[in-house]
Ligand binder design. Structure first.
Ligand SMILES: Cc1cc2nc3c(=O)[nH]c(=O)nc-3n(C[C@H](O)[C@H](O)[C@H](O)COP(=O)(O)OP(=O)(O)OC[C@H]3O[C@@H](n4cnc5c(N)ncnc54)[C@H](O)[C@@H]3O)c2cc1C
Length: 548
């Protein structure tokens, strides 16, 4: 018999090897009656009124013949026990095999969407040609470091472009609201490629940029081993479309590659690619997104607020937060986004003359700072311009304002939170992690007025929910504009462009995903749609989707 036990807790300082004894006590059985115990999910319950504790979802197998009658609901301690069909197997990816692969599919973009699309297709007998305009991790790292240290931007090799895509320099948070049967498989692949095993069970798992850089290189070697060809410095610059069908692509303005199936996973920062799609008549639409700032506190302050007197306990990771505020009077939402405990705020410029901020952390989350985006929703009608690309011009405008306010050398404008709220001139700031550097400025000048107004009210609400959030120690750094794509590449039920057969837009750039896991899942979906488009040429046979 297998039981699912939800809500069992361990206090700070208690080790997981206590779990069998706790489960036995809960069930009124001896420990010997338990033959297998798996942690399915581990989360932390932080409420300021009581000590933090770890909460578990477990699958437990009992010795044959030992009976247990689950009772409905939760017991007085909030624990529920239900019968489960079995201990979950290792998660499997989509499987199948190809009778006649025909021309090999092409994947443009080596971010999570492109990598997982390639992996799914390769595992199904269709190794792909993977084209990436940026560089492989080691060379990319040199370019990004040079930008952070000297402010010299390489427009083809930066935080958004290159092997691993936009997620390579990130916190590597794997949280997603998307419910999808392959989420566990995505995590398993990442763990197989070198991510810490904790990601398989932690409710708020993260990998860290240091580990991610190794993982994407391992994944590249795996794909090559499965027959894929991967080319860096291969920028898809044009699309050949005849009678509403994709027939090929142009790479680096010179090389023609015949292709009748292209997975377009080029992310949200390839403004030139969106423009080329528009020029070729591919159906696009504008999309709502969000803009705002990054806020940075000392990590110790956030730990103190969240953990109270337990702050600093060795079992506790650097604390995080997720805050939202509905500003009814303005009909806007303000929310924290992509919080990086123990991280740093980084310059993420993607085009010359623009400043963009975002957050990153190492696996150990060991910097003395806590940062998060705080953003306000932007509706399509706020974008001003007409047409599907209006959002590109909108975000570019504010990124240029931030560039000028930061002094025109890719330093970011910065202001104390308290000065921003008081509408005061900026006073000198304290230490701040941002690379390549910051200059004091009035951040009201680098954001649309409706965003400034909503942020002010939002911060007041955050302070109510998390007393101590507003402090002179907190800095605001501008601007955060790449929360999600402002453009959607319109696709039909079959996953293909609504007016171009053979074009499979996916991932964040297509406007149907945002974040590492959801983009990877959308890449898998695109690969599945390619399989479906092959009709009778595709024969389903079970194979391990990630063979070793
Ligand atoms: C600093 C930072 C931190 C982040 N932190 C997190 C986090 O902690 N957790 C999380 O879930 N998400 C995070 N994100 C968001 C996440 O990285 C993205 O949502 C995700 O990477 C999108 O995946 P994608 O594959 O759709 O696109 P991308 O990752 O953007 O990849 C697109 C790739 O396509 C390439 N490309 C573009 N145009 C072309 C072309 N024409 N030809 C060939 N190649 C092209 C690009 O060079 C790029 O490598 C972060 C983003 C940034 C920038």
């Amino acid at each position: 018999m297998v039981l699912k036990i939800n809500g069992l807790t361990l206090a700070l300082g208690e080790r997981e090897d206590l779990l069998p004894a706790r489960v036995a006590a809960l069930l009124g059985l001896s420990e010997g009656a338990i033959t297998d115990l798996r942690v399915i999910r581990r989360s932390i319950d932080v409420r300021r009124s009581r000590p933090p504790r770890f909460v578990f979802l477990l699958a437990v197998r009992l010795v044959d013949g030992v009976g247990w009658r689950p009772s409905p609901g939760r017991n007085a301690s909030g624990v529920s026990v239900t019968e489960a069909p079995d201990i979950p197997e290792k998660p499997q990816g989509p499987s199948g095999g190809v009778l006649n692969p025909g021309r090999r599919p092409v994947v443009a973009g080596c971010g999570p969407a492109g990598l997982f699309a390639a992996l799914t297709l390769a595992a199904n007998g269709m190794p792909v040609l993977l084209l990436e305009r940026g560089k492989a991790v080691p060379e990319r790292l040199s370019d990004v470091r040079a930008f952070w240290e000297t402010g010299v931007l390489n427009p083809e090799s930066h935080v958004h472009f290159g092997e691993g895509g936009a997620g390579t320099f990130s916190d590597g948070k794997l949280t997603t609201r998307v419910k999808n049967p392959y989420t566990a498989w995505v995590k398993r692949v990442l763990a197989d490629m070198g991510a810490p095993a904790d990601i398989l069970t932690d409710a708020r798992s993260h990998i860290g940029t240091d580990r991610l850089r190794e993982i994407v290189v391992n994944l590249r070697h795996r794909l090559i081993g499965m027959g894929c060809e991967i080319r860096f410095g291969a920028h898809v610059t044009d699309f050949l479309i005849r009678q509403r069908k994709l027939v090929g692509i142009i790479v680096n303005d010179s090389e023609e590659i015949r292709a009748d199936r292209l997975i377009l996973a080029t992310g949200q920062s390839a403004a030139d690619t969106y423009r080329k799609l528009a020029e070729r008549g591919v159906a696009l639409g504008p999309k709502a997104f969000a803009v705002g700032l990054r806020i940075e506190h000392p990590q110790e302050s956030i730990n103190r607020i969240q953990y109270g007197r337990w702050a600093g306990h060795p079992d506790l990771s650097p604390a995080d937060y997720f805050l939202t505020a509905k500003i009814k009077a303005l009909n806007r939402s303000v929310y924290s986004f992509c919080m990086c405990p123990g991280g740093m705020v980084i310059g993420c410029s993607a085009e010359a003359g623009g400043v963009i901020t975002n957050g990153m952390s190492r696996f150990r989350r060991d910097s003395p700072y806590a940062n998060s985006a705080v953003v306000v929703n932007v509706r399509v009608e706020d974008l001003g311009g007409e047409g599907p690309l209006a959002g590109l011009a909108f975000r570019r405008h504010w990124e240029e304002r931030a560039f000028r306010a930061g002094g025109g050398d890719y330093c970011a404008p910065v202001q104390r939170l308290t000065d921003f709220l008081a509408g005061k001139d900026h006073s000198p700031i304290g230490r701040c992690s941002f690379l390549p550097g910051v200059r004091e400025a009035d951040l009201r000048d680098v954001l649309p007025p409706f965003v400034v107004e909503a942020l002010k009210r939002g911060f007041a609400e955050f302070e109510r929910k998390m007393p101590g959030f507003i402090t002179g120690e907190a800095h605001l750094i501008g601007v955060e504009t790449r929360t999600s794509s402002p453009v959607r590449i319109l696709r039909g039920e079959d996953g293909q462009g609504v007016n171009v057969a053979g074009l499979f837009p996916c991932g964040e750039g297509a406007g149907y995903a945002g974040g590492i896991v959801s983009s990877a899942l959308d890449g898998i979906r695109a690969a599945e749609r390619i399989k479906a488009s092959m009709g009778t040429d595709f024969k389903s046979v079970p194979i391990d989707a990630c063979p070793h």
